[in-house]
Structures are given as C-alpha cells and as structure tokens.
Design a protein around this ligand. Structure first.
Ligand SMILES: [Zn+2]
Length: 99
C-alpha cells in the first residue's frame, strides 16, 4: 500500500468553482447577496437572510480575525486513510469592508 495520505477533494461544481479556484488569483472569494449584501458560505442557491437569488461572488479583503481554533492530534481514521496530524481547524471573522 502507498504511504501517500488519503485526501477527499471537494467536488467542483459551477456553483462553488469561484470559491475553490480563487486561490489561483491570490484571493479569498465568497458569494454575496446583491440585495442585502450578506456574505454566504458555503455556496447556496439563495440568500439565507432575504431569500434573494441574486448571488454573486466577490473578493474579500483577505484580512480576518481568528475567532477560535483547535489543533487536532487524533488521526480519527485507520493509518492509511489518515490525515496528517496535527492539523488545525480555524474559525475566522472575515473583514469584509471594501476600503
Ligand atoms: Zn440577501
């Protein structure tokens, strides 16, 4: 068996492609409601606040504040299916002003 780590990659769809490919442009990009300006993630078909379907992708400023984080040392899966440990899970408050 291979020692290469098993990774589940996201399924790229027309709806989520701008998010998953934004790194090539060096930006963090989320959907944003064009009616109430609410930022939406994960990608959706309508705004969870006003139910508008006028959603577009916009670049964030790239700045954020760490809200909380966790460092995981438990692999949780059998060795050949494990993620490398330790790995981190981070919750960010993304700055979204356009100035
Ligand atoms: Zn909205």
């Amino acid at each position: 068996m291979s020692d290469a780590p098993f990774r589940v990659l996201p399924a790229i769809t027309d709806r989520n492609r701008p998010y998953w490919t934004a790194g090539r442009d060096g930006v963090l990009r989320f959907q944003r409601c064009q009616d109430c300006e609410y930022w939406i993630h994960p990608p959706s078909v309508l705004c969870p606040i006003c139910h508008s379907k006028r959603l577009e992708y916009e670049d964030t400023t790239g700045r954020a504040t760490v809200h909380t984080f966790s460092i995981n040392h438990q692999p949780w899966m059998p060795v050949n299916g494990a993620l490398y440990t330790p790995w981190s899970l981070v919750s960010l408050l993304v700055a979204n002003h356009s100035a």
